[in-house]
Design a protein around this ligand. Structure first.
Ligand SMILES: C[S@@+](CC[C@H](N)C(=O)[O-])C[C@H]1O[C@@H](n2cnc3c(N)ncnc32)[C@H](O)[C@@H]1O
Length: 297
């Protein structure tokens, strides 16, 4: 990976919580509709975490930990609904500056004090152990760190899958990376992401996961819930199903899990050109005209 050196600029979102803009990836870390709201709605509510936390233990994998908001929303929820639940949390993040800068500024004060303490300790030490929590933050390219989890047989009840968007960070939306992440999902586990891109949904299906739409606050389109079985999944709409029949559904590939973003984008363009699927323009004309669809392709 090219070392990350670009600035992380503080930005307010519409619910009053703060996020960063990444100069390296050219994108906001959260929906501008609300960073706090997104963590709760798109990840915690979508996975039904409050109900899962009624169990004696809960294992969470936070792919693209960033400022730690999704983990924080999960911990705050567990503390509220069942403080006796034993939580095992693993975060994967490339850029150590992100959790560190978040924890050293007042922006994490949106979380309860005990959760702020966890975020600070994870940012500083990469580990946090309390009587009810065992948490680790692994810094590095998630394409590599996830393989360590797979080798150790790590299994999560809940996976938060929150990379930058596919056009900006294609390396974390490939079939091969999603396959590794899927190895970490329990048979009854649930994975949530904000993306409904056809390439992403096709990749989930290619690795054998079932998919359904989820409510993603602050965005114009739904998110995606992925799991091994179909139970509890809402059906995809006609529009969403037809999207998966177009070239937008050609997934990103990264056979050795180490290619640069530009090569992964280029490979997909070639695969799309070679694909027998119908051009996405037909679908766009039928369903979306004149809405901008760049995030959906
Ligand atoms: C959309 S942000 C995640 C926001 C985060 N979930 C939060 O609540 O703050 C995407 C994150 O992915 C991280 N990232 C980018 N490339 C990565 C890679 N190859 N491996 C691991 N993390 C990566 C970025 O540094 C950034 O923190």
């Amino acid at each position: 990976m090219v070392p990350l050196t670009g600035a992380l600029t503080l930005e307010a979102t519409e619910d009053g919580s703060f996020t960063f803009f990444s100069e390296d990836f050219g994108e906001w870390f959260h929906s501008r509709g609300g960073a706090f709201t997104e963590a709760h709605t798109t990840y915690v509510t979508a996975t039904g975490l409050a109900a899962l936390a009624q169990a004696p233990s809960l294992t969470i994998l936070d792919v693209c930990y960033g400022l730690g908001y999704n983990s924080a929303a999960a911990l705050a929820t567990v503390n509220r609904v069942n403080a006796h639940c034993q939580v095992y949390l693993v975060g994967l993040e490339l850029d150590a500056r992100v959790p560190q800068q978040a924890a050293s500024q007042p922006l994490i004060t949106i979380w309860p004090p005990s959760v702020q303490q966890v975020l600070r300790q994870l940012a500083d030490e990469g580990r946090c152990q309390t009587s009810s929590l065992s948490a680790s933050l692994f810094i590095g390219d998630a394409r590599q760190t996830v393989q360590g989890l797979v080798r150790n047989g790590f299994q999560a009840d809940v996976i938060f899958f929150d990379p930058f968007s596919p056009p900006h960070c294609p390396e974390l939306w490939t079939v091969e990376f999603i396959q590794q992440v899927a190895h970490c999902l329990k048979a009854e586990g649930r994975l949530a992401t904000y993306s409904c891109a056809a390439a992403v949904r096709a990749a989930f299906r290619q690795v054998g996961l079932s998919i359904g739409p989820s409510v993603a606050t602050g965005r114009r389109w739904p998110g995606t819930l992925a799991q091994w079985h179909t139970q509890g999944l809402a059906p995809l709409s006609q529009q969403e199903q037809e999207h998966l029949l177009t070239r937008a559904a050609v997934p990103y590939r990264d056979p050795e899990l180490r290619d640069a973003a530009a090569l992964i984008r280029q490979r997909r363009q070639q695969d799309q050109a070679d694909s027998a699927l119908i051009p996405t323009a037909h679908w766009r004309k039928r369903w979306l005209h004149p809405i901008s669809t760049s995030k959906l392709s």
